[in-house]
Ligand binder design. Structure first.
Ligand SMILES: [Zn+2]
Length: 114
């Protein structure tokens, strides 16, 4: 993990291909929603079914707000180095499996010859 400014060339492998990703743990998001569903069930059992959807929506909103607060991480396709605090992270495109495919081969070779 490297904190820096502008990223256009990977400082570790020299690759210029990057993708951006939210530094948000998907498992945490699922856990929040699962907790919300459980609570919504409990509330609707106690106070009536009309409360099920509002409680669930409140948790879904909290989940969304939490995910938005998380800063994006720019990741190198080639060596998976993560760059945080990148000011122009929004200009980096999202993960593209076609680009990743091009690097998959070299990655495999590297793993076989450490
Ligand atoms: Zn790299």
């Amino acid at each position: 993990m490297i904190s820096g400014s502008h990223v256009d060339l990977c400082s570790r492998c020299g690759t210029t291909a990057f993708y951006v990703q939210k530094d948000f743990d998907q498992r945490l998001g699922c856990a929040i929603l699962a907790l919300g569903a459980a609570l919504a069930l409990g509330v609707s059992w106690r106070f009536g079914g009309i409360w099920f959807v509002p409680v669930l929506l409140a948790f879904a909103a909290a989940d969304l707000v939490l995910a938005r607060r998380v800063p994006p991480v720019v990741i190198c396709y080639q060596c998976d180095t993560e760059y945080r605090d990148v000011p122009d992270a929004s200009s980096v495109r999202a993960y593209d499996p076609h680009i990743a495919e091009r690097f998959a081969e070299t990655k495999t070779v590297r793993r076989m010859n450490p």
